[in-house]
Design a protein around this ligand. Structure first.
Ligand code: SF4
Ligand code: SF4
Length: 405
């Protein structure tokens, strides 16, 4: 079986049993990693697990999504970067249950593809989430999303990309989400956050109307303790937590010559038992196979732990902006640096130029956002050359949007 390009046929032939890990090289987490992230390292007892939508799959690790009661495997599918019916269908057929999309992913193609894949399946056998920004046109966008999905309701509706407590608690935003739930267009409501996550998560718990938070979470966060504390508090209050950006961009370099050990990164994230599931974006059957293996076994090997440290040991800054916002007060032009860095990651790591273009266009910065600065006063926590990256990614704005259609 070709490791680099598993075809659909090969994937189906292998089946789930063919995907099981050998265990020979698998060890429990090292003590130092336990200290670093308070991971128990205990083997998961899979014998008495709750029942997920569509039925339990042998070997999978399941968790319950807070007060929603929805039971999910620890790895599900993000449908941000693919419009492959076959891949989405294969993920559902293999037991991934939950598909995560957004109104703007692939300009609606993601929702259309999911709509075709779930058509004809029992409504209680899958869980779909979509995201709409809390802004003008919210209701129209939600209605269009439902139409594309071919569904009367989504299981989870997120207010997309919130960065501040005030936005989470804004009465008009809460009213939008609650009205959608009341109208039967969403079973559950939540918020998503890529930056300043601890504040957003705590605010979501404080609001008492939200059911789920989809948060950035990975081994590169240098404020992981604060993030873990916020997650702990939120889950104690009944919120369900789902992780995204678990692969930290997938590459250490812009040229994509040094991949991050994404299997290790996903295991690392899901070793936080307070997080119900993760929604890594997949574009290949190889990635699906690897992620299905993680759904069954979260134990990290020593080699995997070492691989995750490569950024520190080889002094690589990677492509992932952790959204710490420390750069914001340092820029005299108040540029939305974390958003631009996210666009940079979409372009160079995900190779999703459409998503990068959309984000950059929305931000509507001048041609050279850093003109007027003789030197950059920003010192990034990950040592990014912020000025260089900003100017680089901002060039996308000059490309007509139709080019990516
Ligand atoms: S050069 Fe640096 S400080 Fe100046 S606008 Fe750009 S990011 Fe901000
Ligand atoms: S650009 Fe650097 S300092 Fe700014 S949010 Fe991202 S990681 Fe933090």
């Amino acid at each position: 079986m070709s490791k680099s390009s598993l075809s659909r046929r090969e994937f189906l032939k292998a089946g789930l049993t063919g995907l099981a890990t050998t265990g020979a090289t698998t060890i429990l987490l090292a003590d130092e990693l336990k200290k670093q992230k308070n991971i128990s390292g205990k083997p998961v007892d899979k014998s008495n697990q709750p029942e997920p939508p569509g039925g339990r799959r042998e070997g999978f690790i399941y968790r319950t999504l807070g007060k929603t009661g929805i039971v999910l495997p620890v790895v599900c599918m993000g449908v941000m970067n693919t419009d492959s019916y076959e891949l989405v269908r294969a993920a559902l057929d293999a037991g991934m249950v939950h598909l995560d999309t957004a109104h703007n992913y692939l300009r609606g193609r993601s929702e259309e593809v999911i709509g075709q894949v779930v058509k004809g399946r029992p409504r209680d056998s899958f869980v779909v989430a979509t995201k709409v920004p809390p802004a003008e046109g919210f209701n129209e966008k939600l209605d269009l999303s439902l139409k594309r999905l071919g569904l009367d309701y989504v299981d989870i509706l997120y207010l997309h990309n919130l960065t501040k407590r005030e936005t989470v608690l804004a009465p008009e935003n809460m009213a939008m989400a609650e009205a959608a739930k009341k109208a039967g267009k969403a079973r559950f409501i939540g918020v998503t956050t890529h930056t300043n996550e601890p504040e957003v998560i705590r605010a979501a718990a404080e609001a008492k109307i939200y059911d789920v938070v989809l948060t950035g979470y990975n081994f590169r966060k240098d404020y992981i303790k604060e993030l873990d504390a916020a997650i702990e508090e939120a889950t104690a209050a009944g919120l369900g937590i789902i992780a995204m950006k678990t692969l930290a961009g997938g590459f250490w370099d812009k040229q994509r010559t040094q991949p991050i050990n994404t299997k290790a990164a996903l295991k690392w994230a899901m070793n936080n038992s307070k997080i119900t599931t993760s929604v890594p974006g997949m574009t290949t059957f190889d990635q699906l196979k690897s992620n299905l293996e993680v759904a069954q076994d979260l134990k990290l090997t020593l080699q995997e732990i070492q691989d995750l440290r490569l950024g520190q040991t080889a002094n690589l800054s990677g492509l992932y902006c952790q959204g710490c916002q420390r750069c914001l007060p340092q820029c005299p032009n108040s540029l939305p640096i974390p958003d631009m860095m996210r666009a940079y990651m979409y372009a160079y790591s995900y190779r999703n130029l459409q998503a990068a273009h959309e984000l950059v266009t929305e931000l509507d910065l001048p041609g050279n956002p850093c003109a007027g600065c003789e030197t950059c006063t920003v010192s990034c926590a990950f040592k990014f050359n912020v000025r260089e990256k900003l100017i680089d990614i901002n060039r996308l704005k000059a490309v007509p949007g139709d080019f990516f259609a």
